[in-house]
Design a protein around this ligand. Sequence first.
Ligand SMILES: [Cu+2]
Length: 242
Amino acid sequence: MPLKPFYEERGLPGLVPALAPSAEQWQSLFTLYIIAAVIVAGAVFVMFFYFLAKYRKKPGAQDPKDAPRVGVMADRGNPALAAILTALLISLFFGLTLNTFALNAYLQNPPNDPNALYVDVIGFQWGWRFVYPNARELIGEFRVPEINRTCTPGVRGCWSGTVILNITSADVFHSFGIPDFKIKRDAIPGRVNQAWFVAEQSGIFPEAIRCYELCGTGHALMMADLIIQSPDSFHDWYLSGV
Ligand SMILES: [Cu+2]
């Protein structure tokens, strides 16, 4: 099956093309943060302008009875309301924190998938080398299969679509990133960091892979194309040696 360019098939990408389940999870948490931030900021600004108008200085008006005075302990406010607001805020932050930790664990730890495709990703000055289990190598482009829903777990001879990356560097610090997948992991010499994704649709994504650690004069050019193929065409390429 010939590959269709991504933009031809789907038009211009939205803000965050959902190409992988992990990216969707990431986006849902981000949306949750945005909603919480808008609600809290909205409430703060509404109260800010309301109190600004209500308690403005009016000509000839007396100070209120509970106005602060020098040398006198203030006795004002509503302790019950303060307690309720504090409890609400704590539960809001607690919920966000739990969700963030859970999602982080999900994104950081590759799933236990016997049909995953493992690829070594080696950053160098200045490019990315991709080494496949059969020792095939690519530089400047990264080919992966899209999700294969007919691949039975544990049955040999098919890839499920889970791609697990073992990321390292041949020289200086780099950082491997695929923004469409919400993946970014340091590539450090002598160390292997893992990342994973499942691509949900085939397509060609020019320069979708980038380096996120300033690593020398060629840093800005340290890009690679992401090519997501149907399981069959990936299999053909993998075995072809071309
Ligand atoms: Cu780099």
